[in-house]
Write a protein that binds this ligand. Structure first.
Ligand SMILES: [Zn+2]
Length: 148
């Protein structure tokens, strides 16, 4: 759906969230490696970024230990909030071992942090796929990813 007004509003609120998010090839590979290590269960973790550039990726423990959902362990969730408080851009990631890298309805319902980026690693296709999303009030917007 075309939403010119919401885009304009968003650019006024958070100019740094516009444009592509950049991640190194190594960090992207680490997300995929984690997804493979945990398959068939979903993996999860978080990442820290500055000015739209991912600086570090951290593995977390999926408290649900399940192929059908994820929940960051409390220590990791605390750490992400701490990074957020320190002024970093943060994101959390999880894997979809068998389905596309798109937020499920459950993912949307459980996305409690509108300022965070939600990364999904899919192993469901021929090649692994990594995509990033903003989820706020049930609305989903994709962020483009640049790998370098
Ligand atoms: Zn999911």
């Amino acid at each position: 759906m075309h939403r010119p007004h919401s885009n304009r509003a968003r650019s006024g609120q958070a100019p740094t969230s516009l444009g592509a998010v950049r991640i190194s090839r190594a960090d992207r590979q680490e997300l995929i490696a984690h997804a493979r290590d945990e398959a068939p269960n979903e993996c999860c973790g978080y990442l820290r970024a500055t000015d739209g550039v991912v600086e570090e990726v951290f593995r977390a423990v999926n408290g649900r230990n399940s192929p059908y959902g994820y929940e960051l362990d409390p220590k990791s969730l605390f750490a992400v909030n701490d990074l957020d408080d320190q002024g970093f851009q943060v994101g959390i990631y999880h894997s979809h071992p068998r389905s596309p890298a798109e937020p499920s309805q459950t993912d949307i319902n459980l996305a409690n942090y509108p300022g965070w980026t939600y990364w999904i690693v899919s192993l469901g296709g021929e090649e692994p796929e990594v995509r990033a999303w903003r989820i706020a009030d049930g609305r989903v917007d994709e962020e483009s990813i640049e790998v370098d």
